[in-house]
Write a protein that binds this ligand. Sequence first.
Ligand code: SAM
Length: 223
Amino acid sequence: MLYLIPTPIGNLEDITLRAIRILGEVDLILAEDTRTSGKLLKHFNIETPLRSYHAHNEHQTTDSVIDMLQNGQTLALISDAGTPGISDPGFMLVRACHQSNVKVECLPGPTALVPALVASGLPSDKFFFEGFLPHKKGRRTRLNYLSTLSYTFILYESPFRLVKCLKQLAEVCGIDRTACVCRELSKLHEEVKTGSLEELIAHFDVEKRVKGEIVVVVGGIQD
Ligand code: SAM
């Protein structure tokens, strides 16, 4: 059995009681970064062994993980933050589990996109999750596509590229399109700023470098 276990995106109180229990009960925890996850597990007094499972060894490791699961071990997969498989490794292992008849369960829990969407005040009845845009090749094509959507879309973006991203969005969507920048969700310096792309550019394009983790939520074409 494989469990996918969401972990906090900032505030450690956001881990669920069930996540703590299962992390303590499984035979092995697969973690994107064993150092980062080691600190989290220590905080909750969880002593389960950790093994590295990340984007760079996903292909090579999947077969040996499937072997362990088929031999009756119970494993948990966690990422550095949020829900595994959401802009993080996970999908490949889950697909391999389905193909090998291994039971998979994903616990509900923290992820950055849901609080960003709901806090943005933009329509949340229907939405599109883009995740990270390509940095170079294909970026413009994705932006052009997103600009035509009639419902809210969500991007993950690095603080260093935020202003560039907002300016590119303004080029394809127009400066009046409503959007929201969610920064440092669930953390001490959380900021949720909604406005037109023009207003957001003015707010964030200041001399000081933007810091923290960021989700950009953009309204659909007629919102
Ligand atoms: N698996 C995670 C999830 O379920 O949301 C996403 C992992 S992805 C590698 C990391 C990105 O998620 C960050 O670059 C940022 O865009 C977003 N993110 C994570 N934590 C955040 C936070 N506390 N506030 C805002 N955005 C966050």
